[in-house]
Design a protein around this ligand. Structure first.
Ligand code: GLN
Ligand code: ZN
Length: 755
């Protein structure tokens, strides 16, 4: 009999119960006991969902008060030594301090978990970090699951992935120097799990989806040989991409099972299964854990059936990765129309799909008929729905030519015309787009959503905000203005709501980090812009000032990257459709008299594939999509772009190839070091390196910004250099924003005088 299991389940709760309980605990408004109770209730509910669906195991160890990597550190006792906490007695308050910082301690660093939008806390490797055992939470949770009668399979972040994802802070030359101690720590944990009677432990090694160098590859065999001694059966889980290049390594590892992602790594199956070790379990990740579409059960069954023929009982059926990356339960979507809803599956529905596949391979035909019929109908409906296929978009797509991605003239010709048009001073000052989203703005939006105020009232309120923002920018003496984006709740949702092909959920929350969740829209159909989206706001704002007003759009790659995307066409096709819609918007803005248009691409770097060998393909289509969105305008129209949260140097040629007239980037926190590669020859166009960090309310002094600008002048010629903050100001308040911008304008003026 084939088995069914999940690699993990979302912990946040269908109604974000964990978020609210955590935040209340952090504010000191509720007790630790209350938080513990919420955690217990959520775990119990999620296990019941898994068991009721018909899973053969429930998964433990996927629950965490903040993050699963931090939980693994707490389990091993490997918490950063600088906090000086007793690892065996780590309290929830101390655990929270690790994640969020306190007056005495800055928080652990956080970064993206592979290519997902989930952020983990980065382990801090020092010579004195311990692995001598930590808290008993995992063991308590296992007991908890058992007491409710569940057969439980704990999951751990694997030792090599844990080491790899950490950062050396001091006293070590290579992370692998810690390996013997890490292995000893895991041995102790596994031994205890065995004593507790656990049969299977899932051990996640997603770094196997990366291009590993020899030192890391060679570490697998001895590590797992050492772990194999006293341990329950180990299921080694890989995901997020294929692991074909490590097939030989995997074959030799002394583990009882391996999980493969057969969604992202669909092509690896034949090769890997060709000489699958006798006795070894294969967990087939067949249901997409990274997206929200209902599975095509017939197609999935065909694959699993073949596997079942080879493996029999040794086949397990699973989602491609943990379900952490999808929303919890479609049942709570009461605003989606039935057609769209019929195409989707969230975590709860994916459990059912996995079990339906298991029952089908196990020959239980009757039990699955209904599930398969419903899947078949949904797949057929989605294939033929007029909401998905738009002939206008298809026709246009077919006609896109390389010339559409080229501006009429090269940068030097364009910039000369643009300078003649605006006569901006040296070191022009500007901002990135948004101004403070004040309580008033948020209240007005909420009142409008509730229906308490009408559309016109709402528009008038937002116009007042634009007027205010323009007045303030005039007073501050900025050279290039923005309207401030008060009308936008979110930079993707705002545009998605105005485009055909985008859908929205009311409750489709996915954990981003700690208590923070995002609610990505989903792209289900050909993207089409029925009418202009921003021209009204931009022309209104321009009418209030003689200074140039930047139009403000979200770029095609970011629109794609921060949404769930179609799985029935390649990502680049969807990006191109979005690019065409944006191109029309850009042209409409130009026609309406807006002469500077910024197309934000903060998620540009995020889209990079896990394996560097796949980077060029991505970068080629991503650059092309951006250029197509931008290139419909004349030479006198100035195209800006903006990027943040990232390093740029390794993809600089592609950023240059985007050929925006001006790029603004986040650089202040790196003390302008991120700018290093951007010399005149590597990056010929105008550039505005951020001179102050907008993540903090701290007001930078004039001299600080002057110093950063002087540093930037060492890399960028004066004629190409702009002056601006790192990113938008929507999370700031007006008092610090006005002060900081006044200082920034002054810094630019002083610089002009000094030249
Ligand atoms: N224009 C957007 C803003 O200013 C850009 C946001 C971003 O880069 N994340 O808010
Ligand atoms: Zn930004």
């Amino acid at each position: 009999m084939a088995h069914a299991h999940t690699l993990g389940f979302p912990r946040i709760g269908a109604h974000r119960e964990l978020k609210f309980a955590l935040e209340s605990f952090w504010r000191g408004e509720s007790s630790e006991a209350a938080l513990q109770e919420t955690g217990r209730a959520l775990r119990a509910r999620h296990w019941a969902m898994q068991a009721d669906a018909g899973m053969d195991f429930v998964t433990a160890g996927d629950f965490a008060w903040y993050d699963q990597v931090l939980n693994t550190l707490a389990l091993l006792g490997a918490i950063p030594s600088r906090f000086k906490f007793d690892p065996k007695r780590l309290s929830l308050t101390e655990y929270s301090t690790l994640a969020r910082g306190s007056r005495e301690h800055f928080a652990m660093e956080m970064t993206k978990w592979f290519d997902t939008n989930y952020h983990y806390l980065v382990p801090e490797w020092t010579a004195d970090v311990g692995f001598d055992g930590g808290v008993d939470w995992l063991f308590d949770e296992i007991a908890e699951a058992r007491n409710t009668g569940h057969r439980v399979k704990p999951v751990l972040v694997g030792p090599l992935t844990l080491l790899y994802l950490g950062k050396i802070k001091s006293g070590l030359t290579h992370k692998l120097d810690l390996l013997p101690r890490v292995v000893a720590g895991y041995q102790r944990v596994l031994q205890r799990l065995q004593e507790a009677g656990v049969e299977w432990v899932q051990i996640d090694e997603p770094i196997l989806a990366l291009e590993l160098d020899a030192a890391w590859r060679d570490a697998f065999q001895p590590t797992y040989a050492a772990l194999a001694k006293a341990t329950p059966h180990l299921l080694l889980a890989t995901y997020f991409d294929e692991v074909r290049e490590h097939a030989a390594l995997l074959r030799e590892l002394p583990v009882a099972g391996v999980h493969l992602d057969l969604v992202r790594g669909a092509g690896q199956l034949g090769e890997v299964i060709a000489d699958w070790p006798q006795e070894r379990v294969l967990s087939a990740g067949i249901v997409d854990g990274r997206n929200i579409w209902r599975a095509d059960l017939d197609a999935a069954l065909a694959k699993v059936q073949t596997l079942h023929g080879v493996l029999g009982d040794r086949l397990w059926i699973a989602p491609s990765c943990s379900l952490l990356h999808v929303p919890v339960d479609l049942a709570h979507e009461n605003k989606l129309d039935d057609e769209l809803k019929g195409w989707l599956a969230f975590a709860a529905q994916k459990l059912d799909e996995i079990v339906a596949l298991k029952r089908a391979v196990n020959g239980d035909a009757d039990a699955v008929n209904a599930a398969f019929a419903a899947s078949r109908a949904a797949v057929a409906a989605r294939k033929s729905s007029p909401r998905i296929h738009n002939a206008l978009v298809q026709k246009r797509l077919a006609k896109v030519a390389d010339a559409d991605a080229q501006r009429a003239s090269g940068f030097s010709e364009r910039i000369a015309k643009q300078q003649a048009r605006w006569k901006l001073p040296l070191f022009p000052t500007t901002t990135i787009g948004s101004f403070p989203q004040t309580a008033e703005i948020r209240q007005a939006r909420a009142a409008y959503k509730r229906g308490d105020i009408g559309h016109l009232d709402y528009l008038n309120k937002m116009r007042d905000e634009v007027r205010l923002a323009v007045e303030r920018q005039e007073e501050l003496g900025l050279d290039v203005l923005v309207h401030g984006e008060p009308e936008r709740n979110d930079m993707v949702e705002y545009f998605g709501e105005q485009l055909w092909g985008y859908g929205f959920t009311v409750n489709g929350w996915v954990q981003s980090y700690g208590s923070r969740c995002v609610k990505p829209p989903f792209i289900y159909g050909d993207v089409y812009r029925p009418e202009p989206m921003t021209t009204g706001w931009s022309t209104f704002a321009q009418s209030l000032t003689e200074k140039p007003m930047k139009g403000m759009l979200t770029g095609p790659v970011t629109m794609l990257q921060w949404s769930f995307v179609r799985d029935d066409q390649p990502r680049d096709t969807t990006a191109l459709q979005i690019a065409l819609a944006l191109r029309d918007e850009v042209c409409d803005l130009e026609k309406a008299g807006i002469g500077m248009i910024q197309i934000d691409e903060p998620a540009f770097r995020e889209g990079l594939p896990l394996k560097a060998r796949n980077w060029p393909h991505y970068l080629d289509w991503a650059v092309r999509a951006f250029k197509i969105s931008a290139a419909g305008v004349g030479d006198e129209t100035q195209i800006h772009t903006h990027m943040c949260y990232s390093e740029f140097n390794d993809i600089l040629p592609w950023i240059a190839a985007m050929d925006a007239d001006v790029i603004t980037i986040e650089t202040s926190r790196s003390d302008m070091e991120l700018l290093d590669g951007f010399g005149e020859f590597a990056y010929p166009n105008d550039i505005g390196p951020g001179v102050y960090d907008i993540h903090s309310p701290r007001v930078p002094r004039v001299a600080e910004m002057e110093r950063l600008l002087q540093k930037a002048r060492g890399v960028i010629p004066d004629a190409r250099l702009w002056v601006n903050p790192d990113c938008g100001l929507k999370t700031r308040g007006w008092p610090e924003t006005s002060e900081a911008l006044a200082n920034m304008v002054l810094a630019a003026r002083l610089l002009r005088q000094a030249v």
